[in-house]
Design a protein around this ligand. Structure first.
Ligand SMILES: [Fe+2]
Length: 297
């Protein structure tokens, strides 16, 4: 249940210079099911059985195409349309960018990331793969100016700030009870990771096994995050260069008016309680956004 104009996280659309590799990896490692293949795109979903939660579109270079966010209802959609216009943000399209969605529009947010706000995505009927995640959960961006980015998410999209790290080094924001739907950590302007909920720690071990058997490895984890969600998580790098997180046991905040939690940036206890790690390589991965719009055809 949400309090504002956005009900939940919707989907991630990535541009991929190797569509086959990206799609195969999402199925064999992440465990998504292909729901639609078009001339230039692959649409995938988890046990949520939606028309799409992850989309790869064929492109000359790897990039973030856009992020889909689900409006609470048509009133929520209309109010965000109005706020986007009043804020002078560039509207990219007045209708949905991809098939499977009843109504929506898209605009360019801060630092070149495009957002589609929509209602009523079609559901799909299939038996999910045994190693599937339960649903798409959140994104972690590394903006150059996280404070300005957090202000955008609060003012335009009704997100609430769950945590602040240091003096504007990072923010965790939620659009419903789940601790974060969008996390912002100071960086070079990339999508660092997209994250998928699984049932337990067991699935994180099985992810490590699948990667090993495919000749690869986890990038980090399993870890227990500290204050920043308290979830258990493991990470790997997908063919586009984006990091993927599988997580379980994320904290929920049921008090809509819960005070903002402030954490120190002097330690990384907020990020990991089970082990120490050097975040240099972890933070080096990610995908830059593009404002070039590619539609499915
Ligand atoms: Fe995450």
């Amino acid at each position: 249940m949400s309090w504002g104009a956005i009900a939940r996280m919707g989907y991630v659309c990535l541009h991929s210079q190797d569509l086959t590799a990206a799609g195969d990896h999402a199925k064999s490692i992440l465990g998504l099911t292909e729901t639609l293949r078009t001339g230039n795109g692959i649409f995938l979903s988890s046990a949520a059985r939606l028309h799409h939660e992850l989309v790869y579109l064929d492109a000359p270079s790897n990039a973030v195409g856009h992020f889909g966010l689900v409006a609470a209802d048509l009133n929520g959609l209309d109010s965000i349309r109005l706020r986007v216009r009043e804020a002078g943000l560039r509207v990219v399209a007045e209708t949905p960018l991809l098939p499977g969605v009843a109504d929506g529009f898209s605009f360019e947010g801060p630092e070149g990331f495009v957002y589609e706000i929509y209602v009523d995505m079609l559901s799909q009927s299939y038996v999910p793969l045994p190693h599937r995640p339960e649903r798409y959960g959140h994104i972690n961006l590394h903006p150059k100016n996280p404070t300005a980015y957090a202000e955008f998410l609060v003012k335009i999209l009704d997100f609430k700030i769950s945590d602040v790290i240091g003096d504007g080094f990072g923010y965790f924001l939620r659009c419903n009870s789940e601790h974060h739907g969008i996390a912002l950590i100071t960086g070079r302007g990339t999508l660092h990771h997209h994250a998928w909920q699984v049932q337990s720690l067991v699935q994180l071990g099985e992810l490590g096994d699948r990667l090993w058997e495919a000749g690869s490895r986890l990038l980090m984890g399993p870890v227990r995050h500290g204050e920043s969600g308290r979830n258990i998580a493991a990470y790997y790098v997908e063919p586009t260069g984006a990091v993927v997180e599988l997580y379980a046991d994320m904290r929920h905040i049921y008090d809509d008016n819960a005070p903002v939690n402030h954490m120190s940036s002097a330690t990384i206890d907020w990020a990991t309680q089970w082990s120490k790690y050097d975040a240099t390589e972890f933070r080096s991965h990610g995908v830059l956004p593009t404002t070039e719009i590619i539609t499915s055809r």
